[in-house]
Design a protein around this ligand. Structure first.
Ligand code: FES
Length: 175
């Protein structure tokens, strides 16, 4: 992920928001969450929770992005992220698969897709395979509703993923 970010001045509110130049739609979803909390610093835990749901874990660039957006010192954001056990700073497995189960993806069969992947990998969402090769998680919307059902494989968003395609994608990771 690109560690740089650009400042965008919000027209209506005059609030300075931070846009991520990577084009990754998940940052937009995170922006919406931060905006909903009015970029309030005391919403940090909820915002980190959303960030982890979207990205699977809280990597450095993501923490930096949140710190800039909320105008908090990096040390504060790192402190909170490392204090709570529910936050993970590293992917648990070597590979990650995030199945979006938001409304648009749900309508397009995300539940079947998730169930198929769970069966294929022999783990449930939220778990990592015993050999540590694959972590499977879910997100409620990753900002890619137009290409539902969407799945994020190792940080890359894949569109209109069928259950078969998802299993095909992860089969080399878990064999
Ligand atoms: S609901 Fe899946 S990307 Fe929005």
């Amino acid at each position: 992920m690109d560690s740089t970010s650009v400042k965008v001045k919000g027209k209506a509110t005059g609030v300075t928001a931070t846009a991520h130049p990577s084009g990754d739609k998940r940052f937009k979803v995170l922006d919406v969450t931060m905006k909903r909390h009015r970029y309030q610093q005391d919403a940090l835990i909820e915002i980190l929770h959303k960030a982890q749901e979207l990205f699977g874990y809280l990597e450095d660039d993501l923490l930096l992005y949140v710190a800039h957006s909320l105008k908090l010192p990096q040390s504060k954001v790192y402190g909170v992220a490392t204090f709570y056990h529910l936050f993970s700073l590293k992917p648990k497995g070597v590979h990650t698969c995030v199945v979006c189960t938001g409304t648009a993806c749900y309508v397009k069969g995300a539940q079947t897709l998730l169930a198929t992947v769970e069966k294929f990998a022999n783990i449930h969402a939220g778990e990592t395979t015993p050999d540590n090769q694959l972590s499977l998680t879910t997100a409620r919307c990753i900002g890619a509703c137009g290409i539902a059902p969407a799945v994020v494989f190792d940080g890359k968003v894949a569109s209109q993923v069928t259950p078969e395609a998802a299993c095909d994608r992860i089969k080399d990771w878990i064999s």
